[in-house]
Design a protein around this ligand. Structure first.
Ligand code: ADP
Ligand code: MG
Length: 433
């Protein structure tokens, strides 16, 4: 049987020495074969970059082995290339010359370099920009030059370390699309791609397999295939289903969700009230937990640390647990990998994570279904409030509508007009003017 492209056997890596010794990753066992596109997902600090450094041979693990084509790696892996968040391009060279330097390093004779560089720039969608200088390009275009340079060395293994995370939404989408096309149509000789990201959607959009890591110490907690047909549609039920599974893994789901989440208003059973905290209070709380040196924190200690009343702390912990950002056991609260991911994410990624979580709550499913069935995708606040009075006291029902509006707005699932007291489906917002 052919050897795997790469194999990590019991890989542990520690930084520092003596009392400052720190275990970044512990006992990682992992294989990757040719033809695989693997995404590596996990909160910051769980050792993703460390793992990539070991795989590309930039560092040697303190324990265990890294095998490439069945043989231990000694020194930098010449068949692997790494793409980082941002590229250091030579500012005094043109776009084409920047790519040519990589071809030169690979020993391509001078007379062939120009044509090859032009081809590579064409591949990443930069034709016409050959003579531009890096300073004339947008961030997205500069990253494309970086990709062209990485592809110039024809790597057998392409490693991406959050390569799309510094880009705006449109540039990231376009660059992802270019790379996927090159990969799927076999237009590059690359045999495997390993992509580090903390964008859950990006992982499922691109990879055939998602590996999930957690931290303290960095370790693999799940390894699951993504068997969705390509091209993948983010809004398709199949896509959302896989997204859900990966979220559940990150959330370390303990109870069956229908128990935790309750039922929709009007159905038999209990409708779970939304805890009285705003998304930004919750975000602040998760950031605070993420910065605490300990993994598990006594809930009672939080009152002093945060200088909040017992009631408020309980609401925050309830919200964090409801959304699977944290687990609570014997008086301790601990962030799930999903909670850590949220805490470390930027505003857009946070909104996405939040939206994915609340979309599955019966209260929101019910509200979103009512909105999409309603004329012009809009409802009076009062209609929703009255419906909620089937489940809650009048005061509580009123608070629950406001809470749902606040959470839904943050998640960009719905919009609200304070003047007319109308709730809109996000897609049905009337154009101002
Ligand atoms: P990730 O890429 O998942 O955010 P890293 O691999 O960068 O994680 O880091 C994993 C852990 O190792 C972190 O706690 C980080 O602070 C620590 N670490 C990373 N590089 C070094 C280093 N050169 N020296 C000491 N500690 C490091
Ligand atoms: Mg990193």
């Amino acid at each position: 049987m052919a050897a795997h492209l790469l194999e990590l056997q019991g890989v542990t890596h520690q930084y520092g020495s003596g009392s400052r010794r720190f275990t970044a990753i512990e006992d990682i066992n992992l294989t990757m074969g040719e033809g695989e596109f693997v995404a590596l997902l996990g909160p910051s600090g769980c050792g993703k970059s460390t793992l990539l450094r070991i795989i590309t041979g930039l560092i040697r693990p303190t324990h265990g082995q890294m095998l490439y084509h069945g043989a231990p790696l000694t020194g930098v892996n010449p068949r692997a290339t790494m793409v980082f968040q941002t590229f250091a391009l030579f500012p005094w060279l043109t776009v084409q010359q920047n790519v040519e330097t990589a071809l030169k390093a690979r020993g391509i004779p001078p007379e062939q370099r120009a044509a090859q560089a032009v081809d590579l720039l064409d591949m990443v969608g930069l034709d016409g920009f050959e003579t531009a200088f890096p300073r004339e390009l947008s961030g997205g275009m500069r990253q494309k030059v970086g990709f062209a340079r990485a592809l110039a060395v024809e790597p057998e293994l392409l490693c991406l370390d959050e390569a799309f995370s510094a880009l705006d939404v449109l540039s990231a989408d376009s660059l992802r699309g270019e790379l996927l096309e090159l990969w799927i149509d076999n237009r590059i000789p690359t045999k495997a791609i390993l992509m580090v990201t903390h964008n859950i959607e990006e992982a499922i959009l691109m990879a055939d397999r998602v590996i999930v890591m957690d931290k303290q110490p960095g370790r693999v907690i799940a390894d699951q295939p993504v068997s969705l047909e390509r091209p993948r549609a983010r809004k398709s039920p199949q896509f959302l289903n896989v997204l859900d599974q990966v979220y559940a893994t990150l959330a370390g789901q303990t109870q069956p969700e229908h128990i935790e989440l309750g039922v929709a208003p009007g159905e038999a059973g209990r409708t779970r009230a939304l805890p009285g905290v705003s998304p930004s209070e919750l975000a602040g709380f998760l950031e605070f937990l993420d910065e605490m040196p300990n993994d598990r924190i006594d809930v009672y200690r939080l009152e002093q640390e945060l200088n909040l009343g017992t009631g408020q702390v309980l609401l925050l912990t309830e919200a964090a647990e409801l959304l699977s950002f944290a687990t609570i056991a014997s008086g301790d609260i601990a962030l799930t990998p999903l909670g850590e991911t949220f805490a470390a994410a930027g505003i857009l990624a946070r909104k996405e994570i939040f939206a994915t979580r609340i979309r599955r709550m019966p209260m929101f499913k019910w509200l979103l279904a009512m909105l999409s069935a309603a004329e012009r995708g809009q409802l009076d606040r009062d209609v929703v409030r009255l419906a909620l009075e089937l489940e809650f006291s009048p005061d509580e029902a009123s608070q629950q509508v406001d809470r749902a509006i606040q959470w839904g707005r943050y998640a960009e699932l719905l919009a609200y007009d304070d003047n007319t007291e109308t709730i809109y489906q996000e897609s049905a917002v009337p154009v101002a003017g």
